[in-house]
Write a protein of this length. Structure first.
Length: 202
């Protein structure tokens, strides 16, 4: 991800697909979208974070990058080390975290390498969102960003710490500008499901 710019045009590499590069482009998009959601929901009591588990010894790494896995197998992290930061983000109070940031080993990490020239501004991220929503609309999905400033948390959940991890998006339709109880319940269950699923995701 650190070497990839924010791709806006050929986001699916239709002109020449390469799996590892596409994966890195997707991760760059996820980090940028986490920043965007954080901007949109700053006043709504919802926090957004992205994180890097490090290079973890998984079947995914072994199958998709066999040469890399063979060469660095002894240096790859075990599963429990890979999931540490995502669990830490789940249980750490919002006041001790910064929404929109990218975390690695329980600390904010750089999102860009100076020599890679991958930096971007909010306008470019907005363009990415527009591009993705255009694709979603052609497939019949609901466009949630049109409601981003109308959503608010209902009592008694005003102090509820809601977490979102970039790879696990939750969609919810809202009524009368209020985030319904069902959304809070679904999101809570999603977090618990994520925790039980984590060993399989890295």
């Amino acid at each position: 991800m650190l070497t990839q710019p924010l791709v806006l045009k050929d986001i699916f590499m239709e002109k020449g697909f390469e799996g590892t590069s596409q994966y890195a482009v997707n991760k760059r998009h996820q980090v940028a979208l986490t920043e965007w959601w954080s901007r949109c929901f700053t006043q709504q009591g919802v926090s957004f974070y992205s994180m890097h588990p490090g290079w973890v010894d998984t079947d995914g790494v072994k199958d998709s990058m066999p040469d890399f896995h063979k060469k660095f197998e002894k240096d790859l992290r075990p599963i429990d080390q890979g999931i540490d930061t995502v669990i830490w983000l789940t249980v750490t109070p919002d006041k001790d975290l910064k929404s929109g940031e990218f975390y690695f080993d329980r600390a904010i990490a750089d999102k860009h390498l100076t020599v890679a020239s991958t930096s971007y501004d909010d306008e470019k991220v907005d363009s990415l969102v527009g591009r993705l929503e255009g694709l979603l609309s052609t497939m019949g999905y609901w466009s949630w960003s049109h409601h981003k400033f109308a959503i608010s948390l209902p009592k008694p959940h005003d102090n509820l710490s809601l977490r979102y991890f970039a790879s696990n998006m939750i969609h919810s339709r809202t009524a009368a500008g209020q985030l319904n109880e069902n959304f809070v319940t679904v999101l809570s269950h999603r977090i618990h499901a994520l925790l039980s699923y984590i060993p399989l995701t890295f």
